[in-house]
Design a protein around this ligand. Structure first.
Ligand SMILES: [Zn+2]
Length: 425
């Protein structure tokens, strides 16, 4: 909780918060200020504007960073990650690149289920050590607020243990964390120790378990800020997901949705119908469904690294979501099978992948991501009253983020007025 002035930034992208996520023609408004400055006191932003304006009110003697020749962005907000896992899956990617199908990889013991088994077997210390490494990588990619999901447990006890570890991780990082309960990640193969029952029956019985004991325990112990539910052919049906979403709302836990990652599954429509704050992936959501649903407050979170690494045959239609005035966010989907920790590099990929402008992807990983986490009061833009989280980049204009792919642009990450990454950290 420190005092800091950043002055003379060649461009300062304020992404000012107008009280709602950005959509349609405003998705790309960065609100750039030339010769910009920010003043942070006790970890909170107290002034933003031109250097002259900010120094006129806050020119007192505090640590100061000169931003000449550089640009300043709000701290990035990563709204989709699964960082708590054990085991290795790089061989699966190699197999798929060599031509194996997903079904073949799963038949050889791969897929999410292999991570569930490895994570259940791993001790707390082992999981926290690996999680700590991942969190350090994520913050050094410019993220200052991070959503983290459970979902490699899939029993009451294991989901509670993993959520507890994610809560403990707050002490491992300066990032703000939002913890999400993802019991409905996949249907566990060993429900009741019976791996032979037909999958449909297992999905129904597992939905009962989540709706009953699992959600009650998660809420009673105050372990999560969201529930996430997968709506996908062969995973959970729209009806099962709507049941879980209804119960979640009754218990006061807002819902996120994994939707249409592998096939058109009515995931987008179900997320909106169930009042989800966000729907994520949307790779196979049909254009007709996006048009039918139209404008909505549910945020569409697109995940380019997932589509790239899973080699999907389609991409999320981010342009159509923007045209329909749906707010769009961008995230990494860091998980046991996607080790993309740099949100900045993910933005550089997202721009050509989805034909989004640099400004649109930056809004997608700041203000709109903050709204998807309900944390817009503290992050997502450089506005007075929000936490003093910002990035200083070694380039004059934010558009450079999408051109300087992989270049070490990120000079400094400031969290609550303290240098978390960079000189002086
Ligand atoms: Zn995911």
């Amino acid at each position: 909780m420190s005092d800091l002035n950043v002055v003379h930034a060649t461009s300062l992208a304020r992404v000012d918060d107008g009280g709602q996520p950005r959509r349609g023609p405003t998705q790309g408004d960065l609100g750039i200020i030339a010769d910009g400055a920010v003043a942070i006191r006790n970890g909170v932003i107290v002034a933003v504007g031109t250097t002259d304006e900010v120094l006129a009110s806050h020119g007192d003697d505090v640590p100061t960073i000169d931003g000449q020749g550089r640009c300043v962005l709000p701290g990035l907000v990563e709204c989709h990650s699964h960082p708590l896992f054990a085991g290795e899956r790089h061989h699966e990617y190699a197999e798929r690149l060599a031509g194996a199908s997903l079904a073949e990889v799963a038949a050889r013991g791969g897929g999410i289920w292999s991570s569930v088994l490895a994570t259940r077997q791993a001790g707390d210390d082992e999981l926290l050590a690996r999680l700590g490494t991942s969190l350090r990588r994520i913050v050094s990619g410019g993220v200052t607020t991070l959503e983290v999901k459970s979902g490699y447990g899939l029993t009451v006890d294991e989901e509670l243990r993993q959520l507890g570890l994610l809560q403990q991780a707050r002490s491992l990082t300066p990032m703000q964390l939002a913890v999400t309960f993802l019991g409905a990640h996949v249907v566990p193969r060993d429900l009741d120790g019976d791996i032979e029952r037909p999958a449909d029956d297992r999905a129904e019985r597992y939905t009962d378990l989540i709706e009953g004991d699992m959600l009650s325990a998660v809420v009673a112990q105050g372990l999560a800020q969201f529930q996430d539910v997968t709506v996908e052919q062969g995973y959970f049906s729209p009806e099962q997901a709507l049941r879980l979403m209804r119960r979640s709302r009754q218990l006061g836990l807002p819902v996120r949705v994994h939707a249409d990652a592998w096939a058109p599954s009515h995931g987008w429509r179900t997320a909106v119908e169930g009042g989800a704050v966000s729907a994520e992936h949307l790779t196979y959501t049909p254009a007709a469904e996006i048009r039918e649903v139209g404008r909505t407050d549910t945020i569409a979170v697109v995940l380019p690294m997932a589509e790239l690494i899973y080699m999907t045959s389609q991409r999320a239609d981010a342009r159509l979501f923007i045209e329909q005035e749906v707010p769009v966010a961008v995230a990494t989907d860091f998980c046991s099978s996607i080790h993309a920790t740099s949100l900045l590099n993910t933005l550089a990929t997202a721009a050509p992948w989805f034909r989004m402008t640099p400004a649109e992807v930056i809004v997608g990983a700041t203000l709109n991501a903050a709204y998807s986490l309900g944390m817009q009061a503290s992050c997502g833009s450089l506005d007075v009253g929000k936490r003093g989280d910002l990035l200083i980049l070694a380039c004059a204009h934010p558009d450079e983020v999408c051109l300087a792919v992989g270049a070490p642009l990120l000079d400094t990450v400031v969290i609550a007025g303290e240098v978390a990454v960079g000189a002086g950290s």
